[in-house]
Design a protein around this ligand. Structure first.
Ligand code: NAD
Ligand code: UDP
Ligand code: UDP
Length: 319
């Protein structure tokens, strides 16, 4: 199936924020890309610039249904990622993670493809260990508003490891910590896009709770580099492996940095904290460092400057 070093690569959720960057990077490496997406949160705009490329193919498809294609590698990213979107139809969210994983694993089994799962730091829930190493089993509410996402992703990890043990699949599980950058969905309520848009529009900046909760923000290019390095490893490297930037900031610090960069006159306002909102989050990345020689390179200020430039252009185009 494979000719020379060109691989046929399936990216589910390829029209989303992370997926579109991954399509772009793998195309630039000369591979053939099959982008599969149901456009729930992704958009044609994210991949419009790739459609002219003869090595890029877009397929509208929902991963909860079987998919019969021939590929060498699969990156399984299909799943709404922000609380607003994954709570919109929580049953569909769980189905996407669980049935989607079963279908993609079944496909990988049939065609003997390597398969990477985009898991999440949410598998750690509201963590009682800080920072979070891969060995931590997490503190997750199984019946709350975030559970469709958190437990769906946890079950997907279970399926990946059982297909690995039972059917000897070559699996790669990456636990992604908060990632930001151009092509984030403007209305998905995630903190970076919210604050940047509020600052650029001169609107009040909404801090949930007292803004003292922490997150660690990874710029998208760093994350994609981690994905590709992980996929290139031999079968002995399965993960789960944390990919994220250990630089930890309170949400208030993030807002102040965005105000500083944009020179915005926006004021900070406080809103109730959503249920089950984790207090703190910071990746322990020594495993990624040792197994992949990976570490993030882009500082928060630099990454925010690029993200702000993207949203400025976006606002001009949609004025
Ligand atoms: P996104 O919403 O931009 O991308 C998800 C894509 O999956 C969208 O294009 C959406 O249309 C598609 N999709 C959803 N359900 C589908 C289905 N049933 N069939 C086919 N396509 C479907 O979000 P993102 O930030 O790019 O996230 C990509 C992946 O990374 C997700 O699996 C997410 O859980 C994971 N992740 C992201 C972050 C982050 O900070 N961005 C953090 C942790 C994990
Ligand atoms: N599957 C798929 N594409 C394939 C092979 C399988 O979508 O190329 C789906 C298939 O519908 C099945 C799932 O993957 O429901 C799991 O496949 P597996 O072979 O592991 O299990 P089984 O077919 O025995 O249920
Ligand atoms: N948040 C906030 N204001 C916003 C959006 C989010 O204070 O306008 C907070 C949110 O409560 C959470 C953090 O920022 O504590 C990160 O939220 P996001 O939804 O981006 O990611 P997650 O909670 O899934 O890590």
């Amino acid at each position: 199936m494979r000719y020379g070093s060109t691989k046929k690569i399936l990216i589910t959720g390829g029209a989303g924020f992370l997926g579109s960057h991954l399509c772009e990077r793998l195309l630039a490496q000369g591979h053939e890309i099959l982008c599969v997406d149901n456009f729930f949160t992704g958009s044609r705009r994210n991949i419009a610039h790739l459609l002219e490329n003869s090595r890029f193919e877009m397929m509208r498809h929902d991963v909860t249904f079987p998919l019969y294609v021939e590929v060498d590698e699969i990156y399984n990213l299909a799943c709404p990622a922000s609380p607003i979107h994954y709570q919109f139809d929580p049953v569909q969210t769980t189905k996407t993670s669980v049935i989607g994983a079963i279908n993609m694993l079944g496909l990988a089994k049939r065609v003997k493809a390597k398969i990477l799962q985009a898991s999440t730091s949410e598998v750690y829930g509201d963590p009682q260990i800080h920072p979070q190493p891969e060995s931590y089993w997490g503190n997750v509410n199984p019946i709350g508003y975030r559970s469709c996402y958190d437990e769906g992703k946890r079950c997907a990890e279970t399926l990946f490891f059982d297909y690995h043990r039972q059917h000897h699949l070559s699996i790669k599980v990456v636990r992604i910590f908060n990632t930001y950058g151009p092509r984030m969905h403007p209305n998905d309520g995630r903190v970076v896009s919210n604050i940047v848009l509020q600052a650029l529009r001169g609107e009040n900046i909404t801090l949930y709770g007292d803004g003292s909760q922490t997150r660690s923000f990874c710029y998208v290019d760093d994350l994609i580099e981690g994905f590709i390095r992980l996929m290139e490893t031999g079968p002995e490297v399965t993960g789960p492996i944390n990919i994220g930037n250990p630089g930890e900031f309170t949400i208030k610090q993030l807002a102040e940095l965005v105000i500083n960069i944009t020179n915005s006159k926006s004021k900070l306002v406080y809103r109730p904290l959503p249920p089950d909102d984790p207090r703190q989050r910071q990746p322990e990345i020594s495993m990624a460092n040792e197994a992949l020689g990976w570490q993030p390179k882009i500082e928060l200020r630099q990454g925010l400057e690029r993200t702000i430039a993207y949203f400025e252009k976006y606002l001009n185009e949609h004025a």
